[in-house]
Design a binder for this molecule. Structure first.
Ligand SMILES: Cc1ncc(C[n+]2csc(CCOP(=O)(O)OP(=O)(O)O)c2C)c(N)n1
Length: 565
């Protein structure tokens, strides 16, 4: 006989899950206890808020391709984790929630913390079904074991996404007395079982269309990150001489220093990228839904173009624009298939060299990245200058997590990713308070590389709890401090309301957490603060008092809607 909690930990260990992030409570206590003193298998990570746990797990999955579990008392992991789950759902990131109903002994007349949906209690399952790919309910130990296996499999299979398992108290406190039946996957095997792949005929069609193109381009989305297809993307671009633009979430699909990298498309995209993509006759879309934001209302990628779309999810293809060729499959493998056929189809080396030369000319003629404001040291500090100084002075191996608001627009525009897969952006929902816990999740995934969060002061305050975890997972947070909800305030024109607040010294807050704190009021001091913060190896906050005058809206290509930012 095995206690259910212990069996659940075995299931996680068999699936190779390394971390259980959360806040213990309710019936999940027993599952936490089962990890105590355990050699190998999942290790608990104490988040200080379930909000942070869910974001950490999302970011960990983005950085590794593997899921983490978030676990805690049902009412709270569901309510507070919702923020992270919704971003994970809209960004196709695998996160597995395990929670309990806290319904011990009183099903039809629930106690305060039960979330069974019976009269008098909130309905956690209804909430979860609205923000996961799959939610299972377990009333018995066997259902808990099988439900967890399914939650793991479904989170990582096909188009990844969040899943959940809610367990009745009676099941959590019982012993597993029966054989739970055949497992969903074999221990030690990849729970994804297999990945979809397009037929050889579809790949041939794509190659045919590419070979007929006069000025083809690639638009790379987050699917490149999900599939870890960075090397294949770059090789294909070089093989055919294709400029590579990325979406916001796809930023760093290719290092933005690469000669064929032309920047980001979309409403807050780079003019060169938007123009090159707009003019293209064939667009190879790799792992992007082509949302309105990313295409400036389908004016950058548009109906007059021939579109080849690679996506793991059939529902995503043709969702925004009709594709001439759809290749349903894992982006890395599909790109490999295209590469394998490229010798028979690719243009002459002269044409490829000419394409590369044209991209080089267009990019070097562009003055966007030579804007004097990027190099102007002032007090208060220009926000675009902050982004550029971060590009130039962060350690080259740094991973950067972004937040919401103006700060993320400045970063998207002016802090070019130096390495592939080094930029993590919450572009699904774009919620404030994502960057700081995300940087913790990235640090968990890549302990040997520096992890930096960039946030506004509004976003900082929503995730200040992350600083408590930064003592164990040292990260640096850079705050664009404009004493207000900058993006909102700028959109209010001369009727500013409910968007300004008193100045806060975020560096002093950091020191209260035992971290290092630097307050920067003049641009010239920022490089040294960055160097000092990164060399410490402990967590740190750099509070940069910025000029709230400049608005990134001057770079906005086309309005999508005033509320969609
Ligand atoms: C959790 C959350 N609440 C509200 C919003 C709507 N919103 C978008 S930007 C913004 C202001 C962000 O302020 P701050 O974090 O200080 O960043 P700044 O724009 O000043 O760089 C708000 C309230 C949001 N994106 N996320």
């Amino acid at each position: 006989m095995t206690a259910t909690g212990e069996y659940l930990v075995e299931v996680l260990a068999d699936a190779g899950i390394e971390h259980v992030i959360g806040v213990p409570g309710g019936g999940t206590r027993m599952t936490y206890t089962a990890m105590h003193g355990r050699k190998g298998g999942p290790q608990p990570v104490l988040a200080r808020h379930e909000h942070g746990a869910a974001v950490m797990a999302d970011a960990y999955a983005r950085a590794t391709g593997r899921p983490a579990v978030i676990m805690g008392q049902g009412a709270f992991i569901v309510a507070n984790g919702a923020f992270g789950l919704m971003e994970a759902l809209t960004s196709s990131s695998p996160v597995i929630l395990v929670g309990d109903f806290s319904d011990a002994g009183l099903t039809p007349r629930p106690v305060a913390q039960s979330v069974t949906g019976d009269w008098g209690s909130p309905d956690a399952v209804a909430m979860l079904r609205g923000m996961t790919k799959y939610t299972a309910v377990a009333s018995t130990p066997t259902e808990a074991v099988v439900g967890l296996q399914l939650a793991i499999k479904h989170a990582v299979s096909g188009c990844p996404g969040p899943t959940a398992l809610m367990i009745k108290s009676a099941a959590l406190s019982a012993e597993l007395t029966e054989d739970p039946g055949p497992p969903v996957y074999l221990a030690g095997n990849d729970p994804r079982l297999s990945l979809p792949l397009p037929s050889a005929g579809q790949v041939e069609k794509a190659l045919q269309v590419l070979s007929e193109a006069r000025n083809p381009v690639i638009v790379a989305g987050k699917g490149v990150h999900n599939a870890f297809a960075h090397a294949e993307l770059r090789t294909l671009a070089e093989r055919w001489g294709l400029p590579v633009a990325t979406t916001y979430k796809g930023k760093s699909a290719i290092p933005e220093t690469h000669p064929l990298a032309v920047g980001m498309v979309g409403i807050y995209g780079h003019p060169v990228a938007n123009e090159l993509v707009r003019q293209a006759d064939v667009v190879l879309v790799v792992g992007s839904k082509l949302r309105s934001k990313d295409t400036s209302n389908w004016s950058v990628v548009h109906r007059q173009q021939r579109i080849i779309q690679i996506d793991i999810e059939t529902l995503n293809t043709g969702w925004a624009l009709p594709a001439e060729v759809t290749l349903i499959g894992d982006a890395r493998t599909v790109l490999e298939q295209i590469l394998a056929g490229s010798d028979r189809f690719a243009a002459s080396s002269d044409l490829i060299e000419a394409r590369k030369a044209r991209v080089g000319e267009v990019v070097s003629a562009d003055t966007f990245h030579r804007d004097p404001a990027l190099y102007d040291d002032t007090t208060p500090v220009l926000p675009q200058r902050v982004a550029r100084v971060l590009e130039e002075h962060l350690h080259p191996s740094t991973n950067i997590s972004l937040d919401a608001g103006n700060n993320r627009v400045w970063m998207g525009l002016f802090c070019r990713a130096q390495r592939a897969h080094s930029l993590f952006a919450p572009g699904g929902l774009s919620g404030m308070g994502w960057a700081m816990p995300a940087a913790l999740g990235v640090k968990l995934a890549r302990p040997d590389e520096p992890s930096v969060a960039v946030t506004g002061d509004g976003g900082f305050m929503m995730s200040v709890h992350a600083l408590a975890t930064a003592a164990d997972l040292p990260t640096v947070t850079v705050v664009f401090n404009d004493s207000g909800l900058g993006m909102v305030r700028q959109h209010q024109g001369d009727r500013i309301i409910a968007s300004s607040f008193p100045d806060v010294d975020h560096a002093a807050i950091a020191r209260g957490f035992g971290l290092a704190g630097f307050r920067v009021t003049h641009g010239k001091d920022l490089p040294e603060a960055i160097r000092a913060a990164q060399s410490l190896g402990t967590g740190a906050v750099i509070d940069v008092v910025i000029d709230d005058g400049p608005s990134p809206d001057v770079y906005r290509t086309q309005a999508v809607s005033a509320t969609e930012t």
